[in-house]
Design a binder for this molecule. Structure first.
Ligand code: PT1
Length: 370
């Protein structure tokens, strides 16, 4: 319409609409919010339940003016800060993770994390990459194809998979981490064991990827803190062996969100700051097909935590079940999930098929930033 850019900047916050769901409100806080909404001071709609949940709906401008008034009320000031942060975080597209040696820039472009399984029972690689030379070769191939990081794992975490003994896992992963870190690759170690994380960090790993979000081994947080290692905190309910037995949730997105936030707090209490955390809703870990699809659709809700989001959808069974395809026929479905995840805020994709994911991400990023 040929509007003056200054005019546009003042219009935009009046046109963007947000729905903020809040949990754990005190009675006083809920009353204060409802009172303000009814006063008509700014056009915000409040739907509140008796259990301390509320949804605040309105334009960015209206919500910001509500937040400003809440800041003046003694019982509502901390809530106002959270709401303000959530709104800012939801629009954030660039992150800096404080790495062990250098900062890791995450976003606005999508990063690709290539999967390197060093497990004999691995469903995708079938134990092809057990020996060190083959592993290094495969890593170079993934790098050529556009991988930013290599994720090395020695324990299968597919549904039903049994745990691997510490010694076995160490023997599988440490030589590979050492070889790849030595060649300059950015390596993450996919493990739930503190001892494996420690040896991998000694061997040059840059990041710890823990599917249990520091919960399975009480020493894990301490090791990550001591080495100053960034960590991926992932949601899982149960263990890989049992996680697919009961897939019911009262509110899946809210539970995954609440769990991840509680793990961010736990990490903080153990010396791992927010500047070192990446979050992952854990597709395929204790979720039904519908649950996984819902997490992809609602991924943008997780942006309000203000931390980079990682998605691991590659060749997983929820894609196979949606398509009626075995593992070999899941690439296109994986790419569909990848693109939707990027549009919903994912910044890192954990994938087997690096070249295809890289191309899909380049196009998705170009559309997103257009
Ligand atoms: C993941 C992930 C991971 N996935 C992170 N690490 C696996 N951060 C291993 C299936 O349903 O998503 N995020 N490390 C692999 N796990 C699974 C789970 C593989 C489920 C397959 C399925 O097929």
């Amino acid at each position: 319409m040929g509007l003056d850019p200054a005019g546009f900047r003042s219009l935009a916050p009046k046109q963007l609409h947000y729905n903020l769901k809040v949990e754990g409100l005190t009675g006083t806080q809920a009353e204060t919010i409802k009172e303000d909404a009814l006063s008509g001071a700014s056009p915000v709609t409040v739907a509140a339940s008796s259990s301390g949940e509320a949804v605040l709906s309105g334009t960015l401008d209206a919500l910001k003016s509500l937040i400003d008034r809440l800041k003046e009320r003694p019982h509502a000031a901390p809530l106002a800060l959270c709401l303000g942060e959530a709104l800012d975080n939801s629009r954030k597209n660039e992150f800096v993770i404080s790495g062990r040696e250098k900062d890791l820039k995450i976003g606005p472009s999508t990063l690709i994390m290539g999967i390197l399984n060093v497990t004999p029972d691995s469903f995708s690689d079938g134990g092809l990459f057990m020996d060190k030379e083959r592993a290094v070769e495969r890593a170079f191939e993934m790098y050529e194809d556009g991988a930013d990081w290599i994720d090395i794992g020695g324990e299968s975490t597919r549904p039903g998979a049994a745990p691997v003994a510490l010694k076995e896992e160490l023997e599988r992963v440490v030589p590979v981490v050492e070889a790849l870190a030595g060649k300059g690759f950015t390596v993450s170690i996919d493990t739930t064991k503190a001892e494996v994380a420690k040896e991998a960090l000694e061997a040059g790993a840059a990041i710890v990827n823990d599917i249990s979000a520091l919960s399975m081994d009480p020493s894990m947080a301490g090791v990550c803190a001591r080495y100053g290692a960034p960590v991926v905190l992932m949601h899982m309910r149960g263990t890989p062996r049992t996680m697919q037995k009961d897939l019911r949730y009262k509110d899946l997105v809210s539970e995954v969100y609440g769990y991840l936030w509680s793990r961010v707090e736990y990490a903080g209490e153990n010396g791992i700051g927010r500047d070192k955390i990446i979050l992952d809703p854990g597709l395929g870990f204790g979720k039904s097909v519908e649950g996984n699809l819902r997490l992809v659709k609602d991924l943008k809700e997780f942006k309000s935590m203000g931390l980079p989001l990682l998605i691991g959808a590659s060749r997983k069974s929820f894609i196979g079940k949606t398509l009626g395809a075995d593992t070999a026929g899941r690439l296109t479905g994986t790419l569909a999930v990848s693109v939707i995840s990027i549009l919903n805020g994912a910044k890192i994709l954990r994938v087997h098929d690096v070249k295809e994911a890289r191309e899909a991400a380049l196009v998705a990023d170009a559309v997103r930033m257009s």
